[in-house]
Write a protein that binds this ligand. Structure first.
Ligand code: EPU
Length: 419
């Protein structure tokens, strides 16, 4: 298994370009199952989760052509298999996103029930209740969700709690349902908006994308389209935090500044200098004193849970004490014990971490537990004295495109050790 070796202490300097968003790509790939027309997608990132989704779609019968320059073309005219098997769903929970499209387009699907994972139990009851409200018959047998519906029908459904992939699943299903669907307390994440834009380009009738009420008027069929995937706000903010942590000076291009308001506000409150050069370009500097702040994660437009681990590292090296509360997932502090091994002063009480800033972190061998936790360990390594050796870095390849190459381009001393 590959490891990443980081020698810390170098300020990040230079310019990098941000990739397309993983969490926008996965639902858009699934959305292609709603049509037999061809979808042409650009700005698709090279990530392990994207490869897993392509593999899942391939076993349903999708013909997918990947061209480095031209993007991805999907032809779903020969879908013959409606089952998402345990082997794939267990490696990527987002596989559940094929459920809505397969059910809406083909009237049937069987999906392995995703289990818990390193960040919490993560139920899918909202996905199932919403589809039931739209007339689907659903039963659970032998670890599989079996869903059937001749044609889904429009319904009113209120999410409780708000869920990103749950909103995406029902949004996709509703596009081909008979009549109108109203989804309330829907997720407002930019990735949901990106999916809605792709579906609209396919001919769907959607109102309210980006608000908590989505109104979808079902149509009889959708067609192919071209769609350019939105920029990855979590990747962008991870590099912003890295720039501040290392007291660097970094220029980020191909970002979508409007989707980064919550992390920008927090970083500025801590003392970072952030210049919005235009709506796609940012410059981040972190050469003054960085002050600790309190932070609470919440659904968009609140502070993203996917940046909590990375911010914990920054607060660990700030002046003062910060209280970080995780409200989205119940078990998302697995990185804390690894950060403590590097000298971070963090105490966890339930869903709250109390972080006392220390003058330095010291490199150590550490182990990644999930995608964003592994990013936080890389960040800690960049700021620490000495060497940090991170194992189980396959987690990081799920969601960061060539992270060590991008960091090396910013002058970091980082290398992947294959093994
Ligand atoms: N929840 C339920 N019932 C449901 C669905 C969710 O109780 O039916 C709960 C979850 O247990 C959790 C909360 O609702 O406590 C929010 O979960 P959500 O469903 O929104 O998460 P998700 O859709 O499974 C997506 C991202 C995650 C990101 C979360 C929150 C994708 C593919 N994944 O997950 O991304 O953390 O939203 O923003 O979009 C990552 O990229 O590292 C990642 C984990």
């Amino acid at each position: 298994m590959d490891k990443i070796l980081v020698r810390g202490g170098r300020p990040l300097t230079g310019s990098i370009s941000i990739s397309g968003a993983k969490n926008a790509t996965l639902p858009v790939l699934a959305a292609s199952l709603l049509t037999t027309g061809r979808l042409h997608l650009s700005n698709i990132p090279h990530l392990r989760d994207v490869t897993t989704m392509v593999e899942l779609m391939g076993q349903h019968g999708s013909a997918i052509t990947i061209d480095e320059k031209l993007g991805v073309e999907i032809d779903n005219s020969q879908i013959t298999n409606f089952t998402a098997p345990y082997e794939l769903v267990s490696t990527m929970r987002a596989s559940i996103l094929v459920m809505g499209p397969l059910l809406a387009r083909y009237g049937q699907t069987e999906i392995s029930l995703p289990g818990g994972c390193a960040i919490g139990s993560r139920p899918v009851n909202m996905h199932l209740d919403g589809l039931k409200a739209m007339g689907a018959e659903i039963d659970l047998t032998a670890g599989y969700i079996r869903a059937r519906a001749k044609r889904l029908r429009g319904a009113r459904f209120i999410f409780d709690p708000v869920t990103v992939t749950g909103t995406e699943n029902l949004l996709m299903a509703a596009t081909l349902a008979q009549g109108q669907t109203i989804l309330e307390n829907a997720a407002r994440e930019p990735e949901v908006v990106d999916l809605a834009q792709c579906l609209t380009a396919m001919g769907a009738k959607i109102h309210g994308a980006g608000t908590s009420t989505l109104i979808i008027d079902g149509v009889d069929e959708l067609s192919g389209c071209h769609h350019d995937i939105i920029s990855d706000r979590i990747e962008a903010a991870t590099f912003m935090i890295a720039a501040v942590l290392t007291k660097g000076n970094v220029h980020l291009t191909k970002v979508n500044v409007d989707t980064l308001r919550a992390p920008i506000d927090k970083l500025v409150a801590m003392g970072a200098q952030i210049e919005e050069i235009d709506d796609r370009t940012l410059r981040i500097q972190g050469n003054g004193t960085i002050e600790a702040i309190d932070l609470e994660t919440s659904p968009y437009p609140g502070f993203p849970t996917d940046l909590q681990a990375q911010m914990l590292v920054l607060i660990s090296l700030a002046k003062g004490t910060g209280v970080v509360t995780e409200t989205v997932f119940e078990n998302r502090f697995m990185h804390v014990s690894e950060l403590q091994r590097m000298g971070a002063n963090i105490r966890v009480r339930g869903n709250t971490a109390i972080v006392r800033g220390s003058p330095k972190l010291v490199g150590a061998p550490v182990m990644a537990t999930d995608l964003r936790a592994s990013a936080s360990l890389v960040l800690a390594g960049l700021a620490a004295e000495g060497e940090t050796l991170i194992s189980r870095v396959y987690h990081i390849d799920r969601g960061y495109e060539r992270i060590e190459e991008k960091l090396r381009a910013l002058d970091a001393d980082i290398q992947r050790i294959s093994g």
